[in-house]
Ligand binder design. Structure first.
Ligand code: NAD
Length: 475
């Protein structure tokens, strides 16, 4: 998450937007922005995740994201009575690229890296999806994340299919120079797959605006001129959009607030919130919910979690994380484990780290009223059933965290037109897109008598089916 500065909060900007103080017109000049600085992310840091005195606990065995994605599709296919041909078509990724490439490390040694880029479905347009740097990246994980992007883009009515990519690496263990070289070589290896009309990557776990800038520059160098629209989530100075870095977390907040009002007739004011993950999504969800009155009682990262039932001071916590590289050791909190965080008795639980966190092993211990999925695929289908039986409302990832891809779409449009919007316009369009599609999902839950995830999938799949019917099958 970007540093706190003496700039208006996202809530103050929203109020300006709703009061009409921000001109709705697009602005060609870069406006003075409340969060222009946010776009910088952690560009200045030598090591993207920082040195910490802690070792992360050994990761629990995670459920395969691909198994979860296929299971979810299967359940909805049964519910919709989809025919077998359509099921096979939708569960299959259209293109899959595996690359192995050398990078010369700072000590002169050559190290081989493995990376992926997967296009799931391109019926509705070029594909869109993040790039992940993490030691556990696999082809199957990219397939799952690409599928989720297809549903998410269709649900948001964006002219995109889904994609995902990644490199098997712990970016915290590379120097900045090694990270840049690895990124540029990975971008070169996947360059036949990407392009502004073909496939447009964005940040995900372990990548940030600086990594996007290197990919944009590498691709542009190959073509011979600048092509900002090849990637989103770039810094504003090279064609990024205002409001992108906060977009996913702010979207989680908008959607959660709307659901709380619609289902429980209450606001975020004094709602207790626990958040797993304190990166881009978790950090901005914490900040934007807190700005709207919520009490953030627990936060974790890969090293463990912290808890204070009276609420954490996010500004101080951010400073602590900048100094130490972890939330652990923050004054005025007790240490808890990641699994304990998931079991806290809170109004809202936001898993915002990795997939496969709420499973049939721990779902019965979840005591939150709402699970707002900031991460992609944090809940398995078996866990979904247990949570539903226990009256826990799950806001599915493909709507809950869609703010990021919605604003990425705005960034792409601005890049293609070389005509840039002010921040109020970005926020207004994002909120409208999210809430209009949330209304459609809620309407479908009533009409089809189903939960939010099933309703979201039905809308997405029906939109893709319609596009397929109109295009036909080539040849
Ligand atoms: P990030 O790298 O910025 O942050 C990840 C956070 O999770 C870090 O705080 C890390 O320490 C923590 N973490 C890692 N392993 C953990 C574990 N085992 N237990 C607890 N915490 C752990 O990543 P991000 O961009 O915030 O992405 C988080 C999730 O949100 C991913 O599922 C990603 O696919 C999804 N997502 C991201 C975006 C986006 O715009 N960045 C958009 C939509 C969805």
């Amino acid at each position: 998450m970007a540093k706190h500065k003496n700039s208006p909060t996202t809530e103050e900007i929203d109020q300006r937007v709703h009061n009409g103080a921000d001109s709705p017109a697009a602005s060609a000049a870069t406006p003075a922005s409340a969060d222009a600085s946010e776009q910088i992310g952690n560009l200045d840091e030598e090591n993207p995740s920082g040195e910490t005195p802690y070792d992360p606990p050994p990761p629990p065995r995670r459920v395969s994201a691909y198994t979860v994605a296929l299971g979810q599709l299967e359940r909805v296919s049964d519910f919709m009575n989809l025919d077998d041909d359509m099921r096979v078509y939708l569960r299959t990724c259209q293109r899959e690229l595996i690359v192995h490439f050398p990078v010369q490390m700072d000590n002169g040694a050559i190290r081989m890296f493995t990376g992926f880029r997967v296009h799931h479905n391109m019926t509705k347009g070029p594909t869109k999806g993040g790039i992940r740097y993490h030691p556990d990246v696999t082809l199957d994980e990219c397939r799952a994340l690409a599928m989720w992007m297809t549903w998410k883009c269709a649900l948001m009515n964006l002219p995109y299919g889904g994609a995902k990519g990644g490199v098997i690496v712990d970016p915290a263990k590379l120097s900045k120079r090694e990270l840049e070289k690895m990124t540029r070589r990975y971008a070169t290896e996947i360059s036949p797959f990407i392009g502004p009309e073909r496939d447009i990557p964005a940040p995900d776990v372990g990548t940030n605006a600086q990594v996007m800038a290197w990919i944009m520059d590498t691709y542009s160098m190959h073509i011979g001129y600048s092509i900002p629209a090849v990637i989103t989530g770039k810094p504003v100075a090279i064609g990024g959009t205002l409001g992108r870095e906060s977009a996913t977390g702010l979207g989680v907040t908008y959607i959660t607030r709307a659901i709380m009002k619609q289902r429980y007739g209450r606001s975020l004011d004094d709602a207790s919130v626990a958040i797993q993950g304190f990166g881009n999504v978790g950090g901005w969800t914490a900040r934007t919910m807190h700005e709207r009155g919520a009490r953030i009682v627990a936060i974790s990262d890969k090293f463990g979690g912290i808890y204070n039932p009276r609420g954490l001071d996010l500004r101080q916590l951010q400073n602590h994380v900048q100094e130490t590289g972890t939330v652990l050791g923050y004054n005025g909190s007790e240490t808890i484990s990641n699994s304990e965080l998931l079991e806290l008795d809170v109004d809202v639980l936001v898993p915002a780290a990795l997939e496969g966190q709420i499973t049939k092993q721990n779902a019965h211990k979840v005591r939150a009223t709402i699970v707002a999925e900031g991460a992609n695929g944090p809940t398995t289908p078996e866990a979904d059933q247990i949570l539903a039986d226990n009256g826990v409302l799950v806001i599915p990832d493909i709507i809950c965290n869609a703010g990021g891809v919605v604003v990425s779409y705005f960034e792409w449009v601005q890049g293609l037109q070389s005509f840039f919007w002010n921040e109020g316009e970005v926020r207004r369009q994002m909120e409208r897109t999210l809430l209009d599609n949330l209304d459609a999902v809620i309407g479908t839950t009533t009409r089809r008598k189903c939960d939010l995830r099933t309703a979201a999938y039905i809308i997405a799949i029906e939109r893709i089916q319609e596009a397929m019917r109109l295009r036909g099958f080539y040849p």
